[in-house]
Write a protein that binds this ligand. Structure first.
Ligand SMILES: [Zn+2]
Length: 113
């Protein structure tokens, strides 16, 4: 049983690593999206965060970062890790609800697992 416990720990760690999110500054919305990358779009001043839904559904998520428009998201980069506030909640499709904090996806209500 001990071995099984270690196995699950190892298996879980693999799964968790998949929840890591990186970021990339780009001038324009990308034609092709890589998984687990948040694109910070804008020349000089960013106006959009865009990424593939981390649940694996391949949906493209776009988050406005302009304060004048609502809803509006903020992002911070600390020690090369991105944090996005508030949480992201898909109103259609997979309805994933998650938070990106310090470069990793934290699922809300266990959605997307
Ligand atoms: Zn999804």
């Amino acid at each position: 049983m001990r071995v099984l416990k270690y196995f699950f720990k190892w298996f879980w760690s693999l799964f968790r690593r998949k929840n890591e999110i990186d970021y990339l500054f780009v001038d324009d919305v990308p034609d092709h999206y890589a998984n687990h990358i948040v694109y910070i779009v804008g020349e000089g001043h960013s106006w959009l965060l865009s990424m593939r839904c981390p649940c694996g559904c391949r949906r493209i998520i776009k988050l406005n970062t302009l304060k004048d428009a609502k809803p509006c998201w903020k992002y911070y980069i600390e020690a090369n890790k991105i944090t996005i506030q508030p949480s992201v909640w898909g109103v259609d499709g997979c309805r994933s609800h998650f938070i990106i904090r310090k470069g990793s996806v934290k699922w809300v209500d266990g959605a997307g697992v």
